[in-house]
Design a protein around this ligand. Structure first.
Ligand code: GDP
Length: 370
């Protein structure tokens, strides 16, 4: 009715006739947008659903140039990691590239952490993991980009540490960086939902500049593919059965030595030896099927049942799923055997256990967090 509709992303006048011109929006999208009060032009809509911006590989030349161009800036780096996949979240060499710029570490997916787990312990652990990778964050924050938990706190910390400088948000794919950027854009009143895009100098990679109150920018960088992630071996629904969706409810198992637990077909846990029956607590996605069997049968059992009883992977995808590899540990204290991207098993002191995961996926032991 004569009223001009503007894209809340770029401010362009929305039109539905010329696909190549500024502000183009398909008729159906405009209708939907008007219904929920959020009209975007097609370009900004795609930006908001960043998946359309092709991620880059860690070895990519463009990626190295991107890091170099960040190192040339005077800025705050916000490094987003998945607290369930810290190794799979690592950007190798990041510490060399950030130069003297401070790094604020944001551990994402706090909403699925079991209720009994203390945040301070997780923070300490994250900091240690970062230190081991040569990174000394000025601070560690735990957030949930999905539920907005403590995102406002993170924004306060960003404000505190950026000292009037630009902010670069970096992270590998699947850690929830896009979800976080969207959450920041929604929450920040000063930002007024304005997003602009340009390129990283000398690369084909898009950067998204979100203006901050003082004229500085919050820059979203493209996701980088870290191939050593469980997530890269699974698709769609399969991935949802492995990635915790809701707060994890721990499951208790009393196991005898030489017993095995299969976690769907994606991982396996063996209680190799120890002084008799012992208690183990499993922290994985609540709906993932756990199958208990004898260790002596486990090697034979897996190929027979993977893709059906032991799923994910599904029957169609099992051929592409990498074989499971064993990582053996002996505990000298109560410990968590962590299978990255999946969860962990709390193991008592003085036992020998093995964690099996697809080749490349990290399996590690840490002092028990609970
Ligand atoms: P990106 O590749 O780093 O941009 O990651 P996305 O934002 O696309 O998120 C990857 C997956 O993790 C999606 O399935 C999200 O729904 C999920 N995710 C993102 N943030 C959170 C979070 O805070 N909690 C939980 N449980 N899942 C999240």
């Amino acid at each position: 009715d004569g009223e001009v509709v503007r894209c809340i992303g770029c401010g362009a006048k929305v039109q539905t006739t010329d696909k190549t011109a500024l502000g183009y929006t398909p008729e159906s999208a405009l209708k939907k947008g008007l219904e929920n009060g959020e009209v975007y032009c097609q370009r900004c809509f795609r930006l908001r659903h960043y998946n359309e911006i092709a991620p880059v590989s860690l070895s990519d030349d463009d990626f190295l140039k991107l890091l170099t161009s960040i190192s040339d800036t005077d800025s705050l780096i916000v490094y987003v990691v998945d607290i369930f996949d810290v190794n799979g979240s690592m950007i190798p060499g990041l510490h060399r590239f950030v130069g003297n710029n401070p790094i604020l570490l944001a551990g994402n997916k706090l909403d699925v952490l079991p209720a009994r787990l203390k945040k301070t312990k997780v923070k300490d652990w994250l900091r240690q993991q970062a230190n081991a990778a040569g990174i000394r964050p000025v601070d560690v924050e735990l957030i949930s980009a999905k539920t907005n938990l403590d995102v406002d706190r993170l924004l306060d910390q960003i404000e505190k540490y950026r000292n009037g400088k630009d902010v670069y948000v970096v992270g590998v794919t699947n850690v929830g960086k896009s979800t976080l950027i969207n959450s920041i854009v929604r929450q920040s009143t000063g930002i007024k939902e304005l997003i602009t895009t340009s390129r990283f100098p000398g690369t084909t990679l898009d950067r998204i500049d979100i203006p901050l109150k003082d004229g500085k920018l919050l820059v979203d960088t493209p996701g980088i593919i870290q191939p050593e992630q469980m997530a890269h071996h699974l698709v769609g629904k399969e991935l949802n059965l492995v990635t915790p969706q809701k707060r994890i409810k721990p499951k208790e198992y009393q196991l005898n030595p030489a017993q095995t637990l299969f976690f769907g077909g994606v991982a396996r846990f063996d209680y190799n030896s120890g002084e008799g029956k012992a208690g183990f607590t499993v922290y994985v996605e609540n709906n993932l099927y756990i199958h208990r069997t004898k260790l002596e049968n486990a090697d034979e059992f897996y190929p027979k049942h993977v893709g059906n009883l032991l799923t994910p992977p599904s029957e169609e995808n099992k051929a592409d799923f990498p074989p499971l590899e064993a990582h053996e540990f002996k505990t000298t204290q109560k410990s968590d055997l962590v299978i990255e991207g999946l969860g962990w098993v709390t193991v008592p002191e003085g036992v020998s256990v093995s964690g099996w995961a697809p080749k490349g996926v990290s399996v590690l032991l840490r002092p028990a967090m609970i």
